[in-house]
Structure formats: C-alpha cells, structure tokens
Design a protein around this ligand. Structure first.
Ligand SMILES: N[C@@H](CCC(=O)N[C@@H](CS)C(=O)NCC(=O)O)C(=O)O
Length: 204
C-alpha cells in the first residue's frame, strides 16, 4: 500500500493518523506540492483532481481523504471505526461532509492563509471556523465521541483541522468539551502527532 502524501497537509495527516490508529503500514511517497508535482501528467493519471492524498492499494488508486478513510475502515479496521448500522453510517457521512465543506472552508482555509501565505478571505474563513468550533464543542457536551460510544472515522476526519485551528488564528481555549475530545483522540493507541512546520523539509 502506498500513500501519495504531503507532510503538512491536514488531509494527508488524516490518512496517516488513521493508518497509525489501525496499525496498517503504508509506504509514504512525498508529492512536491510547492513545485506543482500534483499537476504533472503522471500524477494526474493517478488523480485527475490534482490533489493529495491518494492511496494506492493492490494497484487501485483511491482519492479524497474521506473516501480513503471509508475504504481503510471497511477493509482493514475493527468494525467500530465504521459501524454497519444505518443510522451510525448516516451520522458519520454527515461529519465527513462537514469536514469537506464547513471545516475545509473555515479552519482549514484560515490555516492556508496564515501558514501557507495564500490569498484567502481570512475574516470569512475564521468566522466559519469559529461556528464549527462552537458546533462541535456543543455536540460533545454530553458525548465522548462524535458518533456512538466508540471512536469512528468521523472523529478521525474532523480531528486534524480542528486540532490545528490555532494555526489559522482561532483560539481553542474557549471550547472545553472540544479540548477534552482532542485529548481523548491523542490518547488513542497508535496516535500520530500533528504535522509541525518547524523542521519540515522544503518539499513537505
Ligand atoms: N477533498 C479532498 C481535498 C484534498 C486537498 O485539498 N488536497 C490539498 C492538500 S491538503 C492539495 O492537494 N492541494 C494542492 C492543489 O490543489 O493543487 C480530500 O479530502 O482529500
């Protein structure tokens, strides 16, 4: 199994984190995003969207971090990560969707603006980010995990960009239930630390 990866990407980290949590080894192949390697024809043949992460398992490329979590959970993980129950699956899909829309356009975009120097509407991204932090904090007021009684891929999908929210200029201190949940994820066996800018190589 190979993961086409970029160290600082929250979406790639999401997949690396889940691989760690389920104890599944994968070869990491760094895609040089700063030099546009994701738009080269060889990479576009693998993922026409021109984005990382891409997982290749037994020759089958799979794109999009949410889709990769579903695949890894179904194929390699204990059942609690992606339960078969219809309500649980619908609730998980709701969180994966929130990740790809509200979280991507809020906390993740604010981080891209502040840490990668990209042109973004920072005020708008931070306002959207704050809304999501409030929403998740309230959801967790009387819950241990986002869905059900055990960790699922919803927790893995939502965790990275919320845990990195301060890199987008958003404070986490006002959200106690969210912070307790972040700590619970960090305590899971196989947890992999967040990417750090300090010491990251040029191509990472
Ligand atoms: N929905 C996709 C988004 C992937 C994405 O935005 N990848 C970024 C890195 S975090 C990327 O490859 N950016 C380079 C580009 O778009 O050119 C996922 O969850 O995997």
């Amino acid at each position: 199994m190979q993961l086409h990866d970029f160290y600082l990407s929250g979406n790639c980290y999401k997949v690396r984190l889940f691989l760690g949590l389920i104890g599944q080894p994968a070869e990491l192949l760094t895609v040089d995003l700063p030099h546009g390697a994701q738009k080269h024809p060889e990479f576009l043949a693998l993922n026409p969207r021109g984005q990382v992460p891409v997982l290749v398992d037994n020759g089958q490329p799979l794109v999009d971090s949410q889709a990769i979590l579903v695949y890894l959970a179904r194929r390699y993980a204990d059942a609690h990560w992606y339960p078969l129950d219809a309500v649980a699956q619908a609730q998980i899909a709701g969180w994966l969707s929130l990740t790809a829309n509200e979280i991507h356009n809020g906390v993740a975009r604010a981080r891209i603006g502040l840490k990668f120097g990209r042109q973004v509407d920072l005020e708008d991204a931070q306002a959207r980010g704050r809304q999501v932090l409030e929403l998740v904090n309230a959801h967790l007021a009387n819950r241990t995990w986002l869905v059900g009684e055990q960790p699922t891929i919803a927790d893995v999908a939502v965790y990275p960009y919320l845990a990195m929210a301060e890199e987008g200029g958003l404070e986490l201190a006002p959200f106690p239930y969210l912070n307790s949940w972040l700590a619970r994820i960090r305590a899971l066996p196989g947890y992999l630390d967040l990417p750090h800018f300090q010491g990251a190589r040029r191509t990472e």
